[in-house]
Design a binder for this molecule. Structure first.
Ligand code: ATP
Length: 559
């Protein structure tokens, strides 16, 4: 099949914004695609060469591309670069360059999709010294034989800037219509394998029945199951029928780990292959999981020297790494907390109930220093769950996940079978107006603080809660030192403090409260940081809290 036909499709797709028309164009094209190309054409139509989870990438930037076009056309790179200033698009400029081509080869052969794809594979797979030159040569070769329109789309494919408005949903519908199969079966097969090439082939060769039989495959990532929000532990328990598995919601990056004998592949939440950037985790997984073939899921967390989790951005810094990986392993050690298993003993486990999957997970994983099981509490006791929630926050985690014990794993679905509970409201900057001395050994340290919002109309500070968690021991000593000179009145273990110090506080919810003069109380407030940069008059106001309260109630009503 000629590449010109594909270029024709891109052109047609660009001419319309109508989804139905685009779907028909793609569907017709898929119908005409010969079997041996059906693996790759869906990706090329999406403007990609490989699926995201494929480790291979072209690794060609604008510079190298221009060089290749320059080699193919005899037009200087500078000229091509200048033309981009007019066209605003390198693809268009490549087309113009090909139109003006100075050298015509006698041996010019029309481009086929097969040749283009094979060239891309060579470009992606070449490595070692001289690889840039080789890439240049391979690319120049196809540009040499490309017609202007073909060149335009080749360039866009290489750079990943296709913009024809074909996304995954459209591809699903196009495959369904091309081969007369049910769209939901195409969707299911895609959720399980993330592989449109494979799905299109199955649809064509084996129809609905074949799609229904598509199974999870080790080495092809599954779309992750997602969660909805619950306002509280109690609400989550209610939603789950009175009993649930609560797990720590780790604040890191979700990963899917595929193990096939000695080969471990790790995919990110977006199903990109991140294996190479985290060899330490790969090794730890090999040690922890002896099963021959399995797929497990978990949250990868960066841990600090004190053993507490660090913000998730740290993990992302590890993912993006291509060089100095050893150094990063030392700088940002990772811990994998596994929470699900999707494949074990030669078959998918997603249709099993969660309680059963957890058992399989527990028997699959031998915990070590870097690979652990997500901490879990199965309970029907709201108080126990509440306590667990506090512990999780106290340890620096994001909150809890609540999971239905009898739920199957639903790839790609954000349903109510998983609920996340975390302090969702934006943090508030509040003023300390009172405190309490600790007890026993801590009698000389202030341990709990009355916090207030500012009321600019009356120029006063009205309490909205007491914060007693989120502090380290050092924080408390520091606070005591700072606040002591500000004590205006003392009664038993209670002290009144001059409103001077602003702290940032997080919390789970704002409640109406008859107890406080402000009329509001923060539920589960926790200390986040000192706000030395703020004066008490710059603290959050009562009005702001009322606003947030309204917002929260509306949000709840919508859910
Ligand atoms: P968020 O920003 O809250 O993580 P999200 O859209 O990334 O939201 P959600 O489905 O809303 O994802 O929340 C679930 C996410 O929480 C998972 O994708 C995973 O990364 C993370 N997570 C942490 N701990 C767990 C756990 N024990 N079980 C499931 N997911 C967990």
């Amino acid at each position: 099949m000629r590449y010109a036909e594909l270029a024709g499709l891109y052109t047609e797709l660009e001419k319309t914004t109508l989804k139905t028309l685009k779907t028909r164009l793609v569907s017709d094209f898929l119908k005409r695609t010969p079997d041996e190309l059906l693996n790759v054409v869906p990706y090329l139509v999406l403007g990609k060469v490989f699926p995201d989870w494929d480790e291979r990438e072209l690794g060609v930037g604008e510079k190298l591309l221009m060089k290749a076009v320059s080699t193919a056309t005899g037009i200087s790179e500078r000229e091509i670069e200048n033309s981009v200033k007019d066209t605003g698009d390198l693809g268009e400029s490549v087309a113009l360059a090909l139109k003006r081509k100075k050298q015509r080869s006698f041996f010019s052969q029309p481009l086929t999709i097969k040749r283009v794809y094979e060239t891309f594979v060579k470009v992606a797979e070449v490595s070692g010294s001289g690889s840039q030159e080789k890439k240049l040569k391979y690319l120049a070769n196809i540009f040499m034989d490309a017609e202007p329109t073909e060149g335009k789309y080749l360039a866009r494919t290489v750079l990943g800037t296709m913009r024809t408005g074909v996304a995954e949903g459209l591809m699903r519908d196009a495959i369904a219509s091309a081969f007369g199969v049910r769209a939901e079966l195409v969707e299911r097969a895609y959720m399980l394998t993330s592989d449109f090439g494979y799905v299109a082939r199955t649809a064509k060769e084996r129809g609905d029945e074949g799609l229904e039989m598509v199974e999870i495959q080790v080495g092809k990532p599954i779309r992750p199951m997602l969660a909805q929000v619950a306002a509280s532990v109690k609400e989550a328990l209610g939603e789950m029928g009175g009993k649930a598995a609560f797990e720590i919601k780790y604040d890191g990056a979700r990963v899917q780990v595929h193990k096939d004998s000695d080969r471990v592949t790790i995919y990110s939440r977006r199903l990109e292959n991140v294996t190479r950037s985290i060899p330490d985790t790969v090794e730890a997984v090999k040690e922890a999981i002896k099963a021959d073939s399995t797929i497990v899921e978990g949250e990868l967390v960066a841990v600090g020297e004190d053993g507490r989790p660090r913000p998730f951005q740290y993990v992302l810094r590890r993912f993006r790494r291509k060089y100095n990986i050893d150094e990063m392993i030392k700088k940002i050690p990772l811990e994998l907390n596994l929470f699900d298993v999707l494949y074990a003993e030669g078959k998918g486990t997603i249709d099993l109930q969660f309680a059963e999957r957890r058992k399989i997970l527990e028997s699959t994983v031998h915990e070590n220093g870097s690979v652990k099981l997500a901490k879990q509490l199965v309970t029907d006791e709201p108080n126990e769950a509440e306590k667990f929630y506090h512990e999780a926050l106290e340890l620096g985690h994001e909150g809890l996940m609540a999971k239905r014990l009898d739920a199957v794993y639903e790839p790609g679905n954000r349903g109510k079978k998983w609920l996340k509970i975390k302090p969702t409201m934006e943090d508030l900057d509040l003023v300390i107006i009172g405190a309490e001395w600790g007890e026993g050994r801590r009698a000389h340290v202030l341990g709990s603080f009355l916090i207030a919002a500012y009321d600019p109309e009356q120029g006063r500070f009205l309490p909205v809660g007491k914060v007693g968690s989120g502090f380290t021991d050092e924080d408390l000593l520091e606070f005591t030192k700072t606040l002591k000179p500000l004590i205006v009145h003392e009664e038993g273990k209670y002290v009144e403090i001059e409103p001077k110090i602003v702290i940032e506080v997080t919390y789970q919810e704002i409640q109406r409260s008859p107890k406080y003069q402000s009329g509001f109380a923060l539920r589960f407030p926790r200390y986040v940081a000192m706000r030395e940069d703020k004066s008490p008059e710059e603290a959050d106001t009562l009005e702001r809290i009322a606003q947030l309260y309204d917002f929260q109630e509306k949000f709840k009503a919508k859910r």
